[in-house]
Design a protein around this ligand. Structure first.
Ligand SMILES: [Ca+2]
Length: 291
């Protein structure tokens, strides 16, 4: 958030989590995806400094399949060793840092309590089925950007021995954010509201819609308010080839290992008021990011 022409939902997710009392953030690992690793690390680090955040921001994978010896991977391994079976991991981008951690410590996933991830596309969702080019939004096809950016890491994570819950792209389209929402968010400084308004315009022009989407906020809210969502057990049949397109495909064998998949926001009013309350608490308790 705050890098010109880049998504804002990862940053809004951090601002949300900081305002949830039940959540203690141990650290944030960065990855390529929304920008280069240098861009995302520098920006997240700057935001953390401005907000006096006490947990570390770690530099992670800069490209798919690189050497796993990164500060992010070591942090993940050390954290699960310090708190085995107690830590939830929220992923909001490509999941190469988890793959790297698992290379450093093959028992890594056995020590994780659970993973909640934003990523993937369902092959069909309601009446809409997916085209090879991605999901259609306005006049644009959007290609999947998280699991497809590192399919080897994604398939490993989806088959991890700990519980895994995934919020696919189509489902996140239920959480739109419009100029009206930004106007009402008076707890944020004007500069932040201006950045969000720019993103409504840029994303809106790119796709032909009057809104952007709160993609990463869905799994973040799910961490403490799972009852706000409908989820299903989903036996996973995706191959590596499917995950190159980010596709989540159901295995016809009901005994196949399954993940949980978020399918809908049950009560959008509660979802948005939960977000607003946490964002307001963050605005009250932390210095604002400057950008
Ligand atoms: Ca993201």
């Amino acid at each position: 958030m705050g890098i010109p022409l880049k998504e804002v939902d990862d940053g809004l997710t951090l601002l949300y989590l900081l305002g949830v009392d039940e959540i203690k953030i141990l650290g944030v690992t960065t990855t390529f995806g929304n920008g280069t690793i240098d861009q995302t690390y520098r920006q997240t680090h700057k935001l953390a400094q401005q907000m006096n955040l006490e947990f570390p921001i770690l530099q992670g994978e800069g490209q798919r399949g690189q050497n796993p010896d990164t500060p992010a991977a070591h942090f993940l391994v050390n954290s699960v060793n310090q708190y085995p079976h107690q830590l939830s991991i929220l992923t909001t981008g490509p999941v190469g840092n988890l793959h790297a951690a698992n290379q450093l410590d093959p028992d890594f996933y056995y020590k994780v309590k659970r993973i909640v991830a934003m990523g993937g596309y369902l092959r069909s969702h309601g009446a809409q089925s997916i085209s090879p080019k991605g999901i259609k939004l306005g006049y644009r096809y959007l290609h999947e950007l998280n699991f497809s950016a590192n399919p080897e890491a994604a398939i490993e994570m989806l088959h991890a021995p700990c519980p895994v819950t995934v919020f696919p792209g189509q489902v996140c389209l239920q959480a739109a954010f419009r100029r009206k929402n930004i106007k009402e968010a008076l707890w944020w400084p004007q500069k932040l509201r201006r950045i969000l308004t720019h993103w409504v315009i840029i994303f809106g022009l790119y796709c032909g819609v009057p809104e952007f989407y709160l993609w990463d906020l869905l799994p973040a809210v799910y961490l403490t308010n799972p009852n706000l969502f409908e989820t299903i057990a989903f036996p996973l049949g995706s191959t590596m080839q499917d995950l190159k397109d980010g596709l989540l495909i159901k295995n016809p064998d009901p005994k196949a290992p399954f993940i949980q998949v978020g399918m809908s926001i049950c009560n959008p009013t509660d979802f948005y008021s939960n977000l607003s309350a946490a964002w307001q608490r963050t605005a009250k308790n932390f210095p604002p990011p400057q950008f």
